[in-house]
Ligand binder design. Structure first.
Ligand SMILES: [Zn+2]
Length: 490
């Protein structure tokens, strides 16, 4: 009798153990070359740059109507549809939403690559896909702010920052996101953004190409299981990234913002992961960063499906270095500036910011700071020791139009000390690619070296002009390098 009880217990234990093994597929890290191969096979070919519009995405959403459950969740302020796409049959629910800031489109591109990957079948990724499908139910909301996206601006059609509208929900887009979370009750959430290209890994010259955060749910920045699981998943994502972009991953600031979605969704019980796509050298359209997004999101979904994140610790999350904001487009060191007949050696820190225009976008240079700029790093740095700040002039004879000025002519005029030319025809705000200021509605230009000034000036040595700084672009007058200018007509 005793023996048969023992046998029964043994059988029960064996049965229970095998059940557990079946319910949870063992975690094995996906090699990054496999993640990369998946991207290369399934990248959405119709998206080629970061300024795609709401209308561009609608046929791409419909393309997936067989494999995904598509639902219109509502409309933006300007009446554009916001849809969700559901895929998978698993118990663990994960929600991913992108582009609540209209001009932050990198992850949206990666989501459409991911849709192609998830919909495919019968390839070398089938096992991974099956694991995801049987363990997870994924709900995607790509482009939460279509009005902002179409204008390529951060805010929505009410000029509200949706990431400060999680509580009041003044905006229809905020109502949609909150309701989607409440209806779906996901265990994990991905809040997908872009950050300025000037973010670096703190106290290093390396751009923070990807920054990650498990947002705080209170001012004390405490850690419960919900936030802890997000941290562990991030540690696994960082593992992949450090092989691809060593030293270029930052930990985003975790100061609690009571009105933000990420912070509140964490608070409401969803393990929330923020991905911020920054800049990468030579990738202005963020196509490489799009690939990184695809790879880390796919990896994270696999970690969640297999509970692979449990192999990581919150300490590994905290070991990711903090973000800094120490990058500048141009740093000019020790330029001589004459003030009241006295020379001062000034470092100048310059950024060029994008503005949207009907014909594309243009840059506006600005002196961010000056004095001792040694804690900043420039994408480009000039040692201006012995060079003197010199003002430029306007060329007196007007040209017919921008198109009638060649780059060589513009360079010649710069060498003669002219910073600007006038044109008879054309429109203000028209984008041009010349290395000189172009004036249509004004006879004068502004420029200077103080904070907030547009950096338009020359640098001269013993009275000979050596460099032009035009709208914050540095131009070596003797040996001009090839560079792309995005200036506007004034
Ligand atoms: Zn954002």
């Amino acid at each position: 009798m005793k023996n048969s009880i023992q046998l029964y217990l043994l059988c029960f234990l064996l049965f229970a153990t095998s059940c557990k093994i079946q319910a949870q597929i063992a975690y094995e890290k996906i090699p990054s070359d496999r993640l990369e191969a998946a991207f290369e096979s399934y990248k959405e070919p119709t998206i080629t740059h970061r300024r795609f519009k709401h209308a561009d995405l609608q046929p791409l959403i419909q393309k997936h109507s067989a494999a995904f459950q598509i639902e219109k969740l509502g409309e933006s302020v300007e009446g554009k549809s916001i849809s969700s796409m559901i895929w998978g049959k698993g118990q663990t629910k994960v929600m991913l939403w992108s582009q609540m800031h209209g001009n932050e489109s990198t992850a949206t591109m990666a989501l459409f690559d991911l849709f192609n990957f998830l919909e495919a079948s019968d390839d070398e990724h089938e096992e991974l896909r099956k694991t995801l499908k049987s363990s997870l139910t994924l709900k995607f909301i790509p482009m939460l702010n279509p009005d902002g996206a179409d204008a390529f601006k951060r805010r929505n059609g009410l000029d509200i920052d949706l990431n400060r509208d999680a509580i009041s929900q003044i905006s229809p887009e905020a109502v949609i996101l909150k309701k989607a979370r409440d209806d779906f009750e996901p265990e994990f959430g991905f809040n997908l953004h872009d950050q300025q290209i000037y973010y670096n890994v703190v106290n290093t010259p390396k751009q923070a190409t990807i920054s990650l955060l498990a947002p705080a749910y209170n001012y004390e920045t405490e850690i419960n299981d919900v936030r802890g699981n997000a941290m562990k998943t991030i540690a696994g994502m960082n593992d992949i990234l450090q092989n691809l972009i060593p030293g270029q991953v930052g930990k985003y600031d975790d100061a609690f913002e009571p009105r933000a979605f990420g912070d509140n969704i964490q608070k409401w019980g969803t393990s929330t992961i923020l991905i911020e796509s920054g800049g990468y050298p030579g990738d202005p359209e963020k196509q490489y960063i799009r690939k990184l997004n695809f790879m880390i999101i796919l990896n994270a979904l696999h970690q969640i499906a297999t509970k692979g994140y449990e192999q990581y610790t919150t300490a590994q999350y905290f070991a990711i270095p903090d973000n800094g904001f120490q990058l500048m487009d141009l740093i000019i060191n020790e330029m001589q500036v004459n003030v009241r007949d006295k020379l001062y050696p000034l470092d100048l820190a310059i950024r060029r910011r994008e503005s949207e225009n009907a014909s594309g976008y243009f840059m506006t240079g600005s002196v961010e700071d000056l004095g001792d700029m040694q804690i900043f790093y420039g994408f480009e740095t000039l040692d201006a020791t012995g060079l003197h700040y010199t003002e430029g002039k306007v060329y007196p004879t007007a040209f017919e139009s921008v198109d009638k000025i060649s780059e060589a002519e513009a360079m010649d005029l710069l060498r003669q000390g002219f910073m600007a030319v006038k044109v008879k025809n054309g429109e203000a705000r028209q984008v041009h690619r010349l290395p000189i200021l172009v004036l249509k509605t004004t006879e004068k230009f502004t420029g200077g070296w103080t904070t907030g000034s547009v950096p338009n000036f020359f640098l001269a040595k013993d009275g000979v002009l050596k460099y032009g700084v035009v709208n914050g672009y540095l131009i070596d007058l003797e040996n001009p390098k090839k560079q792309e200018f995005r200036n506007r007509v004034f």
